[in-house]
Design a protein around this ligand. Structure first.
Ligand code: HEM
Length: 224
């Protein structure tokens, strides 16, 4: 029986909802991480990161976040394989295709983001949560926090780490550029007066988020 989890439109819908959730996460994650370059020291970042890592509500959100990533990836892969199999034999992509440059490379940029996430989670999250590589720091109010900020500064003082981050984050930017408007389209928000607004917001979102993330390793490398 065809339902929301198995029908083609159901899978696209689930993928879009998970995608929108991830778009919101990226804004929140950026807002916390950008404090590393907005403030002279890492105290604000460490306090915010510790709150995110210990608050029970956020801990539940973290499980939903990882579920959202998995759901988005699995449905994306299943839909892509389905599309390839449905393509008639000997089919060649038409050069006059109307699809935009960004939409053609969604699978490639998704792979880049997956590589980024594996490296990134190992670099910070695994080291902090499972390897005990993060030292503690006590502030003037006597409160002790995990000094995650020091770990981030240490990593982004290494040139090749910064280059890898910048290159992979550009892949994220390309993915977001098309993903943003595509998610709204799948949800049926497609109208000649709203669609141009959504497209502009998508460009704005992807440029601001990508530039914001890239500025963190680059600024730390050169100025911290
Ligand atoms: C380049 C700027 C970034 C910095 C400085 C940064 C920093 C961090 C840090 C320090 C952690 C560990 C948090 C903890 O253990 O409590 C973390 C976790 C994480 N990061 Fe990033 N991140 C960046 C970009 C990104 C991007 C672009 C994505 C998504 C594509 C991402 C996805 C995640 C996820 C899913 C986690 C694990 C969940 C969490 O702890 O919030 N990060 N990041």
């Amino acid at each position: 029986m065809s339902n929301i989890f198995t029908s083609s439109i159901g899978k696209k819908l689930m993928m879009s909802l998970a995608g929108l959730f991830l778009l919101a996460f990226l804004l929140l994650h950026l807002a916390i991480n950008i404090t590393l370059i907005l403030y002279k020291d890492t105290e604000t970042f460490n306090r915010a990161a510790t709150f995110m890592g210990t608050n029970p509500v956020i801990k539940v959100m973290e499980v939903i976040l990882f579920g959202g990533f998995l759901l988005h990836m699995v449905y994306g892969a299943v839909l892509q394989v389905g599309n390839l199999m449905a393509r008639p034999k000997g089919y060649k992509k038409a050069n006059y295709s109307q699809t935009s440059f960004f939409s053609k490379y969604m699978l490639h940029t998704a792979l880049i983001i997956t590589i980024f996430l594996v490296l990134h989670l190992f670099d910070f999250w695994v080291k902090n949560k499972f390897l005990g590589s993060v030292h503690e720091i006590t502030y003037a109010d006597g409160e002790t926090y995990h000094n995650l900020g020091a770990l981030v500064l240490e990593r982004f003082k290494i040139g090749w780490v910064v280059v890898v981050y910048v290159v992979l984050l550009l892949g994220l930017g390309f993915h977001l550029h098309h993903g943003f408007q595509s998610a709204f389209q799948t949800l049926g928000i497609n109208h000649k007066s709203y669609t141009p607004v959504i497209k502009t917001l998508g460009v704005l979102y992807s440029v601001v988020v990508t530039t914001g993330y890239i500025s963190i390793p680059v600024y730390i490398y050169f100025f911290k």
